[in-house]
Ligand binder design. Sequence first.
Ligand code: ACO
Length: 159
Amino acid sequence: MNDKNIQIRKLASSEPIPYGLLLLADETLQAIYRYIFASLIYILESEARIIGVYVMYAIDSKTAEIKNIAVAEEFQNRGYGTSMLHHAMARAKESEFEEIIIGTPDIATKQIRLYKQVGFEPFEVRKNFFIENYTTPIYENGEQLKDKVMLRKRLQGDA
Ligand code: ACO
């Protein structure tokens, strides 16, 4: 990403939460409400238009989780997602978290590849997560989501 007009910044509490973008990454508002009010929200803007978002949640003093990351469809595959992941890792490191984690459906191969590209490694599979945590079945490309893979990147001691 080398666009000079792009900036990533924390969403002010007075600004509206970009639910439209968040819903690209999480199926229901009900699921988003479980973490959004206890999280920090960062937005990626281009000329005052919000085109990306990520949500950081402190699990405890050691672990931060990216609960949601999304880029508007027409701006995907230009490196913005990668930039937000690097931003999230840097913010979490500054805040002295030891690790940052992120979870995605086990069939989300594109997302998993992206997370691995920036240094995340799978460490756990949460069996039946998408069956037990959502009221209706969720399908992606005709396939029902069941298991969630969790990936982690250690932060301290990193270059
Ligand atoms: N030209 C061509 N390709 C590029 C460029 C470029 N300038 N820059 C990056 N790419 C490629 C990357 O190498 C990558 O390729 P790959 O898929 O072959 O590995 C691909 O584009 C995507 O990388 P980015 O552009 O950095 O990512 P993007 O901005 O598309 O954001 C995201 C990724 C957030 C997953 C986006 O696709 C999205 O919003 N998807 C829908 C919502 C979603 O699934 N969110 C994640 C759910 S899990 C969670 O939220 C915790």
